[in-house]
Each structure stands twice: as structure tokens, then as C-alpha cells.
Design a protein around this ligand. Structure first.
Ligand SMILES: *[C@@H]1O[C@H](CO)[C@@H](O)[C@H](O)[C@H]1NC(C)=O
Ligand SMILES: *[C@@H]1O[C@H](CO)[C@@H](O)[C@H](O)[C@H]1NC(C)=O
Ligand SMILES: *[C@@H]1O[C@H](CO)[C@@H](O)[C@H](O)[C@H]1NC(C)=O
Ligand SMILES: *[C@@H]1O[C@H](CO)[C@@H](O)[C@H](O)[C@H]1NC(C)=O
Ligand SMILES: *[C@@H]1O[C@H](CO)[C@@H](O)[C@H](O)[C@H]1NC(C)=O
Length: 414
């Protein structure tokens, strides 16, 4: 395709420049769009700046991993003025947002329909992401659908991934609603098809990415005790994924829960299982191995030709206590980047998946498979105000995660 044609496709007209301060919502969706451009070489050069930063990161030298923090600027290096790292920036006010509501979009999951459950403030919907040093182009649902015409995209992971897929459906709903094309009645495995574009969206539920089972629905913390088979594939997704053109993988929050780690079908340790003679290992142990196995699966599937995106860890924001010990998220505005930093568990999750991503990317390159980083961590870290908190259900409802500082309101930041 000629650059001119692509120009028209993406921005309507050859002569229409990128508008300054164009409103952008639904950050993840915007990132996906930009990354899709980067896998279409002409679009890539046309846009004038490679979004995909060259990652020259290394683990800071420190002996105390609980207090380390990371400067995103040092990870996403600006190589020259013309290049821009879309993943580093600030949230700035956007008076035009939100771009859909719970009445114009039916795809909002109940527990993320914050306005329905009485969230009193609306300011959290009115921000857009401003990368340092450049503007994000407008998210245009029609253009997005053109780019993905005839393609398929899968969200693989946990409910935060599903949350983001629903955000995408809501944003695209101005152009078209998909039809339910699910292969199973199981709500954890949905397929949606956009008839006019022959575009398929799917979610695959695999919160641990690898084969797992709930060994005990209580466990030491009453959040279940899981057996994780760290070197075995979760066939619920690995047997279905070959046909997909774009695979967006995420995991994180489920690794907090007590788990027994298996390799080669033998117990190698556990995360807070309180079993005699079983070595307690950090949750990053399981997290690293799970990503390794998942990426290896993709790199070894004979017919997989897709582009794999790692959507990096989206931190939760419980303050003044853990999720089950009075923690809550009551802020109503984003952080500025100088008000918080990635540290402790969030940092470890982030670095662990980055390291596994790098290995997988290298392996993939040998096979001609492309891996892309959808590095949403900093942007999401800055949004303590975007969670449902207690507005994800009615007050009298007895739900486990009573105050939800993990998922994201829709409409909302993600
Ligand atoms: C949408 O949110 C409003 C409050 O803004 C609420 O009254 C209504 O029930 C919600 N509707 C749906 C369909 O969720
Ligand atoms: C729709 O897209 C799929 C690939 O996702 C392709 O196999 C199929 O032929 C397409 N159908 C039409 C009618 O274009
Ligand atoms: C734990 O190990 C000790 C020493 O090897 C052994 O005596 C004990 O029976 C083990 N306990 C369990 C529950 O396996
Ligand atoms: C963060 O930066 C803003 C704007 O540059 C400044 O006004 C504010 O005082 C800074 N806050 C902190 C905690 O350094
Ligand atoms: C809430 O649900 C849990 C588990 O289902 C149950 O043990 C508990 O008694 C319930 N609490 C109330 C107040 O209904």
C-alpha cells in the first residue's frame, strides 16, 4: 500500500496534520492501535516516530529489592528528539471525555459499571494520556477497524485483560457492535465478530497462563490454594491460539494467592501454602516460570504467525491496608509522575515479565515471530482514581473483593 493511501486511511486526508491535543481515551486501546501501526511497516515510517522504544533496561544494583524503584525514563530511552516513548508521560485533563456511557455501550461488565453502582464523582473519566515529547493521535474506531479488517485478536490472561477488551468494544461501538460468535457457553471464553470488518475479538481465561487447578477453595488466606504446573501449558488457550493474528497476554494479580508450584509434576515449592516440608518461594518464582512457559508455547506452535503483545502489569491501588484488611482506593484524581514510583511488588512483577519478554522476543526473532511490548504499567500506576472501589456492586451484596482497586471503571482510564 502506498504511503499516501495509508495516510488517508489513518487520518482521513493527505493534508490533515495530526491535531494537537487530540482527545484520547482508553489508553490501552490507543496503545494497541499504535503498536498495530508498528507492525505494518509503511504506517510505521509514515507516522514518523517509532513508538516501540528500544529497551535497554537493566535491574538497578541494589541489595534490598523491596525498596527499589524504577525511573521509566531510564528504561524507555529517548534516542533522539524525533522519537517518542508513548509509554512515559502524564495524565492531563480532557474536557471532552468520556466518549461513551453505560447507556451507549452494553459491553461493560457489571462489576466495572461504576456509575450504575453510584460512584458520586465523574472527574476520573476526564483525563487523557500525554506522552512526554509527543502527542498521541486520535483514537478513531473506524480506522482501527480498517486496520484489523479480516484479522483476529485475542486477550489472554485474567479479568483485567477482559476489562480492557470491553473497553475496546465500547470504543468501537460508535462504528459497529460485534455479534457473539463464542464457541462455548463459558463466559470466560468469549468470541465477538464484527460482521462488516470480519474482525474477531476473543478472550481466553487463564489467570495463571499455565495449567492450574484449585486444590482447595479456602487455603491459608481463604482466597483458594492453587496448584500451578509451571512447565505445563494451559490448553484452554494454547490449543486455540494459533489462528490469531494478535495475541495480547497479561497476568499478575492471581499470583498473589497461595499456590503450590509444580515442575515435572513434582512439588518444587510454594507461595504461602503453610505446608510442612514445602519450601516457601516468592510469588515471582511462579510468575517468571508461568510467563516463560506461555511465551515458549507461542514460540513453539507450528502454525502460529501472530504478533504477541505483552501488556505489562497493571498495579492495584489499595491504600491503608490490603484488599481484605480495610484497604481502599478513594482518590479522585490521577497521580503526577513525580508523586509515585514503581517499587516493591509492582516493580518485581514488572521487571520479571520484562526479562521473560526479552528472552521470548529473542527466541521469536529466530522463528520470524514478532513480540511487542504494550508497556502500560506507568500509565496505570498513575491512576489510583480509576478503580471501582466499592462501586462495583450494591452495598448489601456480599462479594469477595468488596473494594475493588484492581479492575478499572468503564468508562475510565483503560
Ligand atoms: C448507568 O449509570 C446511571 C448513573 O449514571 C445509572 O442510573 C444507570 O442505572 C446505569 N445504567 C446502566 C444500563 O447500567
Ligand atoms: C474472515 O477472516 C478470516 C481470518 O480471520 C478468513 O479466514 C476468512 O476467509 C475471512 N472471511 C471473509 C468472508 O473474508
Ligand atoms: C518433613 O520432613 C521430616 C524430615 O525429613 C520428616 O520426618 C517428616 O515426616 C516430614 N513431614 C511431612 C509432613 O512430610
Ligand atoms: C510534581 O511536579 C509538579 C509540576 O512540575 C509540581 O508542581 C509539583 O510540586 C511536583 N510534586 C512533587 C511531589 O514533587
Ligand atoms: C459472605 O459470603 C461468604 C462466603 O460465601 C460467607 O462465608 C459469609 O458468611 C457471607 N457474609 C454475609 C454477611 O452474608
Amino acid at each position: 500500500m502506498k504511503v499516501y493511501a495509508m495516510n488517508q486511511l489513518l487520518f482521513g486526508s493527505k493534508h490533515q496534520p495530526l491535531r494537537k491535543n487530540t482527545p484520547v481515551i482508553a489508553l490501552i486501546v490507543t496503545f494497541i492501535t499504535l503498536l498495530l501501526f508498528t507492525v505494518v511497516p509503511l504506517c510505521y515510517s509514515f507516522l514518523g516516530y517509532p513508538f516501540y522504544p528500544s529497551k535497554r533496561f537493566s535491574r538497578p544494583e541494589t541489595s534490598d529489592s523491596s525498596s527499589v524503584s524504577v525511573e521509566f525514563d531510564s528504561i524507555h530511552e529517548h534516542e533522539s528528539d524525533r522519537k517518542c516513548d508513548i509509554f512515559t508521560g502524564e495524565w492531563i485533563p480532557d474536557p471532552h471525555a468520556p466518549y461513551y456511557t453505560n447507556t451507549t455501550c452494553w459491553a461493560i461488565h457489571e462489576h466495572q459499571n461504576c456509575m450504575k453502582y453510584g460512584r458520586p464523582d465523574t472527574g476520573f473519566m476526564k483525563w487523557r494520556w500525554q506522552p512526554d515529547g509527543c502527542e498521541l493521535p486520535v483514537f478513531n474506531p473506524a480506522q482501527f477497524l480498517e486496520i484489523v479488517r479480516g484479522k483476529s485478536m485475542a486477550f489472554v490472561g485474567d479479568s483485567v485483560g477482559r476489562n480492557q477488551m470491553q473497553s475496546l468494544i465500547c470504543l468501537l461501538s460508535r462504528v459497529e457492535y460485534p455479534i457473539d460468535d463464542s464457541h462455548t457457553p463459558d463466559e470466560h471464553f468469549k468470541r465477538w465478530r464484527y460482521p462488516s470488518y470480519n474482525f474477531t475479538l476473543a478472550t481466553f481465561w487463564t489467570p495463571h497462563l499455565v495449567k492450574s487447578e484449585e486444590a482447595d477453595d479456602q487455603g491459608p488466606t481463604r482466597t483458594g490454594l492453587f496448584n500451578l504446573y509451571l512447565d505445563e501449558l494451559d490448553e484452554g488457550w494454547t490449543t486455540q491460539i494459533e489462528e490469531f493474528d494478535y495475541v495480547i497476554i497479561n497476568a499478575g494479580h492471581w499470583f498473589y494467592r497461595p499456590s503450590v508450584y509444580y515442575e515435572n509434576r513434582r512439588v518444587v515449592g510454594c507461595r504461602y501454602c503453610l505446608r510442612e516440608n514445602v519450601t516457601d518461594l516468592p510469588m515471582y518464582f511462579g510468575y517468571r516460570k508461568a510467563f516463560r512457559t506461555a511465551f515458549r508455547a507461542l514460540n513453539s506452535l507450528e502454525n502460529y504467525k501472530g504478533v504477541t503483545f505483552l501488556r505489562t502489569f497493571a498495579p492495584s491501588h489499595f491504600e491503608n491496608g490490603e484488599w481484605n484488611r480495610g484497604g481502599d482506593c478513594v482518590r479522585t484524581t490521577p497521580f503526577r509522575s513525580n508523586e509515585t514510583s514503581l517499587e516493591g511488588i509492582n516493580f518485581e512483577f514488572y521487571m520479571t515479565q520484562m526479562e521473560e519478554f526479552k528472552i521470548a522476543e529473542e527466541e521469536g526473532r529466530k522463528r520470524g515471530l514478532r513480540f511487542r511490548l504494550l508497556d502500560a504499567t506507568q500509565a496505570m500506576l498513575l491512576r489510583p482514581d480509576g478503580h471501582p472501589s466499592r462501586y462495583g456492586h450494591w452495598p448489601h451484596e456480599n462479594v469477595t473483593l468488596y473494594k475493588d482497586c484492581v479492575h478499572w471503571c468503564l468508562p475510565g482510564p483503560d
